[in-house]
Design a protein around this ligand. Sequence first.
Ligand code: 13P
Length: 252
Amino acid sequence: MRKVIIAGNWKMNKTIADAEVLAGSLKKSVGNVSEVEVVVCPPYTALAAVKDIVQGSNIRLGAQDCYWEKEGAFTGEVSTAMLKDAGCEYVIVGHSERRQFFHETNETVNKKAKALLKDGLKPIVCVGEKLDERKAGKTFDVVRDHVENSLAGISRDDMLKTVIAYEPVWAIGTGVNATKEQAEEVHKFIRGLLEKMYDRAAADSVRIQYGGSVKPDNIKELISEKDVDGALVGGASLKADSFEQIVRGSIK
Ligand code: 13P
């Protein structure tokens, strides 16, 4: 049985004070939820403050990116060891915004995922096609390329600790979510790829989240699909009440 995982990607939002308010509300509303794994991914600047607040609850801490080198002259970067030190358990890598605006490639995503796993952190590896790629019938080719190359060389054991987030770029921040059928079709395809790369048991154990305009009113139908194991939530994770509703709506 795969445990549902709902993660809030706060992106470049929230001052430390605002992050503390949101984390405090979430601790009260979903801090005791045990049916679903709840993760919050604040910006780097708020990690320490949020960690202090969610400590002792069921809410886990995540970051939005990392760098693969251990330490040294890499101005502006944050290492996996630093994120572990800050209390993170999960780290998002390969988000489409990083692929689009910061030249992230499958190769760099792969290096980041491996560095995280080496340090005992769990990567949330994002994959997904753009609108023009979907329109051109290339969805499966793009997703195959992202999955095979972002996860290349990751051992079976490490794969079991890794989460995949299918985030069709055209659904991110647009209010147009993938339908449950569109999501399921790609999630099932990803599970098939994992079976080829590893084996059936591994493929059946890896959690695949859906991301892209997840809201309180669409979580139930998305999560009802067999291969949808959770959600990576952007906009709706910035408010305590909508995130709570998504968490509660995802309890299968
Ligand atoms: P939205 O939920 O705002 O569409 O963002 C999704 C996302 O990018 C999560 O990583």
